[in-house]
Design a protein around this ligand. Sequence first.
Ligand SMILES: [Mg+2]
Length: 251
Amino acid sequence: MSLRLAILDLDGTVYRGSEPVEGAAEAVARLLQSGVLIRYLTNNSAARPAEVAAKLTRMGIPAEAEWVIGTGPAALQRAAELGLRRPLIVGEPGLLESAAEAGFHDPGETPDGLITGICRTFDYRMLDRALQAGLTGGPWIATNRDGTYPREGGRVEPGAGAIVGAIAAALGREPDEVIGKPEPTLILGLLNSLGIRPDEAIVVGDRPDTDLEAGRRAGVPTWLVLTGVQKSAIPGQPGSPDLIGLVDSLA
Ligand SMILES: [Mg+2]
């Protein structure tokens, strides 16, 4: 087995909310011992890489900030590439702070685009601001379209896709670009930057419709774990109950 890179989903694969998934710390440590690079790829736009790495470290799961690839920073990078200066950002404080640090200006009454991520204070006033920003005709970049995301104790909460749905209903159109899984954009960028071929990597996650679909679109083998959204094995889809099963299969 010539595995060089494991691209791991976070929510439902490595942790659930504030709880580590059982076996995740051991599995990641064993992959690293085998010389496999680890990258954490999350559709969650809220948390910043350094904060995610610190959370993983507190859980005993090996992590560095550079190993964490989130859709929030990637959405901001894409907005900069498109020449946006003052997009309206619907998101959590972490994303707003990252935007300010990246040099984006307060949109005021004249936003030149729209960026949407998870936003747990989303309300009618924000929906109206997003509608007005969308009506200006600037690009709309969505971090992801996940309808829900897993929390502690098997509970799910509304995801960024639910917010996309509300704005799309008001605006009468869909986002111009979606950054996160199932789009292969982040995976292809990662392989390119590390100089690793698709067949030397594996994409691991708990959601067939996002994690595994993104891997397929990037041409990377996929592995399903049953610690998150998907509760049962899928015929023909490689996988195991948890991450330990992946490591055991490589041994
Ligand atoms: Mg997940």
